[in-house]
Design a protein around this ligand. Structure first.
Ligand SMILES: [Cu+2]
Ligand SMILES: [Zn+2]
Length: 171
């Protein structure tokens, strides 16, 4: 069969990677203040890096024009989603980093999520880590966009949701 689609996956190997199994997955849950936030972040190893594929629902919305929310998105170095009164995910600690880089060159610095009436989807490639390296770390969603300038974490505001990256066992 001749597939003439521009997304034909013989021409686009990164699309085809998403037809396979994720090697690791984080199940995202919101804090007490944002209980509706839920979703998944899947990690697919390819030769050129890791595809991170994210689907999140229940994000806060802003109905005003020109103010649809943008959410900072990182892998943090902490290994659990516990916290305290001041920071519900304090245990996630700071941005995951492998080589002493400054923000936004931490291994765990990711493109932000764009809200779409409370829903977000993204897929991107990063060669800053392998899937194995981030297993056990945490994915954090913030309530503000990362400014990709301010140290040490882009001034992205409150942590609203978190998930631990877990290896998917191949059966
Ligand atoms: Cu963060
Ligand atoms: Zn960072």
């Amino acid at each position: 069969m001749n597939n003439s689609s521009s997304c034909s996956y013989s021409k686009f190997p990164f699309h085809s990677a998403l037809y396979g199994r994720a090697r690791a997955m984080a199940n995202i849950a919101g804090s007490k203040t944002f209980p509706d936030v839920s979703g998944t972040v899947g990690f697919y190893q390819t030769e050129k890096g890791v595809i991170v594929c994210t689907e999140i629902k229940g994000l806060p919305q802003n109905a005003l024009p020109c103010q649809e929310q943008i959410f900072g998105f990182h892998i943090h170095k902490g290994t659990d989603c516990g916290g305290n009164m001041g920071d519900p995910f304090a245990d996630a600690m700071s941005h995951y980093d492998l080589s002493g880089c400054a923000h936004p060159y931490h291994a765990g610095d990711l493109p932000p999520l764009f809200g779409n009436n409370g829903f977000a989807f993204s897929a991107f490639l990063t060669n800053r880590f392998s899937v194995e390296e981030v297993i056990g770390r945490t994915v954090i969603i913030h309530d503000h966009p990362d400014d990709f300038t301010t140290q040490p974490s882009g001034n992205s505001g409150t942590k609203i949701a978190c998930g631990v990256i877990r290896k998917i066992l191949v059966q």
